[in-house]
Design a protein around this ligand. Structure first.
Ligand code: HEC
Length: 293
């Protein structure tokens, strides 16, 4: 009888579990055969990448790096088998409708952009290997200066061609802040038709006690790696309270009253006990002396 119940429960659990897995996401029949109207080429893949980076990367991570957010159920990596097992239409349906933590993008992105994002996801489909024409990386250059009152970083970007340099217009410049452990992306800005951009330094930035930040500017991976550093930008006033008390009792003015109170209570209590013990020993000693024969 007991055995039957256990086996019964096991079957029940086994039956339930696919409902929690990402692999059981039913898609209406008509989507299964839908084809991606966006052509699979470098330009569309690039456009799709921009859409993906802005809307999907925060949860799904960098394709192929399996660094998605640890949600339940997990957002599958764009290069994973789970993702690539979907047909184009199935991807379209899931992205449009969403489920649980997966947002529905029907209104946020138009259908064109959803298809472009799918084109980018398909770039990691092993069946598409070698289908994109290898493009030579472009050569970019960045120059930058700190603007008025240390509130902006004024940027000029150029593309190096064989015989001259031209302004790099309409191009994203990534702004990172140098941290002890790697660089943190703090923002991005797109250059105008003259290859210029003025990045407003966020006022709520976390800074070290000296108020300075080292910024690193870079281009996307259509370009050969190029960075430009703007070091020691005084983003905030240096903190005057740098000398934080290392010893708890060195400055009482920062100490909580209840902590001081507890401390003194413990101090007085401790000495009272010690005093009492000494007194008792003294009494014993006197007793001993008085009772000497
Ligand atoms: C807020 C986090 C979040 C964002 C942003 C997000 N996703 Fe998701 N995504 C998820 C989660 C969580 C799942 C798993 C949902 C499930 O299985 O119930 C998922 C599932 C998916 C699936 C289904 C995979 C499968 O077959 O099981 C696709 C396709 C997908 N996401 C694509 C995208 C695309 C494209 C974008 C950007 C346009 C995006 N997601 C943005 C969290 C997110």
């Amino acid at each position: 009888m007991k055995k039957t119940i256990i086996i019964g429960i096991a079957f029940w659990l086994a039956g339930l579990s696919p409902a929690f897995g990402a692999d059981n996401w039913p898609v209406p029949e008509e989507y299964n055969v839908m084809d991606n109207p966006v052509e699979f080429n470098n330009q569309n893949v690039r456009a799709g990448r921009d859409i993906y980076d802005k809307n999907c990367k925060s949860c799904h991570g960098d394709p192929g790096n399996y660094n998605a957010l640890p949600l339940v159920p997990p957002p599958p990596d764009a290069a994973s088998e789970i993702m690539q097992a979907n047909s184009d239409g199935q991807l379209y349906y899931k992205i449009t409708i969403g489920r649980g933590a997966m947002p529905q993008f029907e209104t946020t992105l138009g259908s064109d952009d959803i298809w472009r994002a799918i084109t980018y996801i398909r770039r990691f489909d092993p069946r598409n290997e070698g289908k994109l024409v290898e493009e030579a990386l472009r050569k970019g250059k960045i120059y930058a200066l700190v603007g008025n009152y240390n509130s902006t970083i004024d940027i000029v970007a150029e593309e190096e061609l064989t015989d001259n340099n031209i302004p790099l217009s309409n191009t994203t410049i990534f702004v990172r802040a140098k941290k002890t452990f790697g660089n943190l992306l703090v923002g991005s800005i797109t250059t105008d038709e003259n290859g210029r951009a003025s990045y407003a330094i966020p006022q709520d930035m976390k800074v070290k006690s000296d108020g300075q930040v080292d910024f690193i500017l870079s281009l996307n991976d259509d370009f050969e790696t190029v960075t430009f550093s703007v070091s020691g930008v005084q983003v905030k006033q240096p903190d005057s309270n740098v000398e934080l008390p290392r010893v708890l009792w060195s400055t009482n003015d920062r100490t909580q009253i209840w902590l001081l109170f507890t401390y003194f209570a413990a101090l007085i209590g401790g000495w009272t006990v010690i005093g009492y013990v000494i007194l008792q020993i003294y009494k014993l000693f006197r007793l001993g002396r008085n009772n000497k024969p």
